[in-house]
Design a protein around this ligand. Structure first.
Ligand code: PLP
Length: 364
């Protein structure tokens, strides 16, 4: 078997239909802001994509603007709240943490869910203007009850932003159902191209301005459109909606895999295993075996997964998500994330289990 890719939460393989479209449009000339026919053709690609992304979130097309990725989308929303009180959860993506350094952090439970008592206390005490809580955690797959969290924020007079990057194509992300005011998305986590994202916001609200310059995107986001990437995001969004029913197959693969691993050893912990999770993600700690050792062993068998710890300047720090959930440093450094997606097969999961079995046996 070829190399096995089980790191969809880092980036998903692009769908062939999306690749074909992006490649074709890359070969076309035209700036979407130009008035001549070449510009009009590029603009048509952008507007088609806008309708496709709007359909994913069930909003009018003019409530979508395109960005260079979710990191920029998140910065766009949060830059409007630099001088105002903000709440974020303790397990947000670094983009949220860095874009709101003044924010107060809401604790999470050992299951990785927002601690409701702490949230209500902070809403009372801090009187935030904005709350930003991710819909699905990238490391554990744990799903937050976003509609309930947003309703509480509104009762307290705050607006609500959700980073829905890991939810798109896996869960219903219609803006009204989630009761959220702002939402950030990324194309490459839903089998679209890298380097493109979107911000979605509720009609009647003003979107903060982050990228300043030309008047693109109705003056909301300056910079020449990444036409090919945007078109790819649009098609990826459409395919994500069409393929949502297949997600149950992925959930079954993940659940079967976890059951088989549990049958092999008691020496594991599945982070967020007791909470609602998206079906493609498994974060598994194997006590006493550093994630780097596990990853190297899997890599030798041609299997790519990721660790719960982020490498920064050559040293591996424990994941802030797992430590916020109460894992100690050593435990957090022993966690692997296996994330699956549209092209994952049961044969690949079988190969992962055989390889992981060897690691368990060595640990014994
Ligand atoms: N938010 C979450 C939950 C993510 O997983 C990621 C990607 O790692 C991002 C935000 C950033 O997205 P992008 O790569 O489009 O900037």
């Amino acid at each position: 078997m070829d190399h096995i890719y089980l790191d969809y939460n880092a980036t998903a393989p692009i769908r062939p239909e999306v690749l074909a479209l992006v490649t074709t449009i890359m070969g076309e000339v035209g700036n979407a802001s130009s008035v001549h026919r070449f510009g009009a053709s590029a603009r048509a690609h952008v507007e088609t994509a806008r309708r496709q992304v709007a359909a994913l979130c069930d909003v009018p097309a003019d409530q979508v603007i395109f960005t260079s990725g979710a990191t920029e989308s998140i910065n766009t929303v949060l830059c409007g709240y630099r001088d105002k009180p903000v709440l974020i959860s303790a397990i947000e993506h670094p983009a949220v943490i860095a874009a709101a350094p003044h924010a107060k952090e809401i604790k999470v439970t050992s299951d990785g869910l927002v601690d409701m008592d702490d949230y209500k206390r902070l809403l009372r005490e801090e009187k935030p203007a904005l709350v930003s809580i991710m819909m699905v955690n990238s490391e554990t797959g744990v799903i937050q009850p976003v509609a309930d969290l947003a309703a509480l924020a509104h009762e307290a007079g705050a607006l609500f932003h959700t980073d829905a990057v890991q939810a798109a194509g896996r869960l219903d992300i219609r803006l009204d159902n989630l009761k959220t005011d702002f939402m950030s998305l990324s194309a490459h986590k839903m089998a679209g191209p890298q380097g493109v994202g979107a911000v979605i916001w509720r009609e009647g609200l003003e979107l903060p301005k982050f990228m300043l310059g030309g008047g693109q995107e109705k003056n909301c986001r300056a910079g020449t459109h990444n036409t090919a990437g945007i078109a790819g995001m649009g098609l990826a969004a459409e395919l994500a909606v069409q393929n949502m029913p297949n997600y149950t197959n992925i959930t079954k693969l993940r659940d079967d895999m976890e059951a088989q691993i549990r049958a092999l050893t008691n020496n594991i912990i599945i982070y967020g295993g007791q909470a609602p999770r998206v079906g493609n993600t498994c974060n598994i700690g194997l006590s006493g075996v550093p994630a780097q050792t596990q990853m190297m062993a899997l890599d030798l068998d041609g299997i790519a997964v990721s660790s719960g710890s982020a490498c920064s300047s050559g040293s591996f720090k424990p994941s802030h998500v797992l430590t916020a959930m109460g894992a100690d440093e050593t435990a957090a450094k022993s966690a692997l994330r296996i994330s699956m997606g549209w092209a994952t097969t049961s044969a690949e999961i079988d190969a992962f289990i055989s390889s992981y079995k060897k690691i368990i046996q060595k640990a014994k």
